[in-house]
Design a protein around this ligand. Sequence first.
Ligand SMILES: [Zn+2]
Length: 171
Amino acid sequence: MGVSPVVATGVQPQSNNYKKAKEKLARIHLKVSRQRKDFAVKLAKCVIQSADLIAYEDLQVHNLVKNHKLAKSIGDAAWYQFRCWLEYFGNIYGKVTVAVPPQYTTVDCSSCGRQVKKTLSTRTHKCVCGAQLCRDENAALNILAKSLRTVGHTGIYAWGQNDLCLDLETS
Ligand SMILES: [Zn+2]
């Protein structure tokens, strides 16, 4: 979407080659989009089956998807799709999915709560309390701690409304 098929071939609009190129591109788009969906579904199901509680940052993806930078919006759309499947399978398997506010999950020390500022390139969290771990692991621990404290948003599907799952489960 948003990519002109003319760019790929340089052929004349409305010629047979143009139509063929356009159809070919449409098929590629469809294939990639199906592969992305397949991956999101499999990964979400795997994650849900591996834990009783799944916590993640409540990123405002709806706004991000409107972003005009193509690569970024594809990534955001994929993340949003993954999150939807996560909450969907959470409902089916009776697992709790919790979206927590994303603020300070990277900065806070998961051990003592002190704020440790980092640039994007700082990969290790090092705190005066002695905590030293990968920045993503530190953030994950903060997200988990937040999820255990929060009573906020838990999934997008209301409990008791999981009758839509049956056809998908058998496929
Ligand atoms: Zn600390």
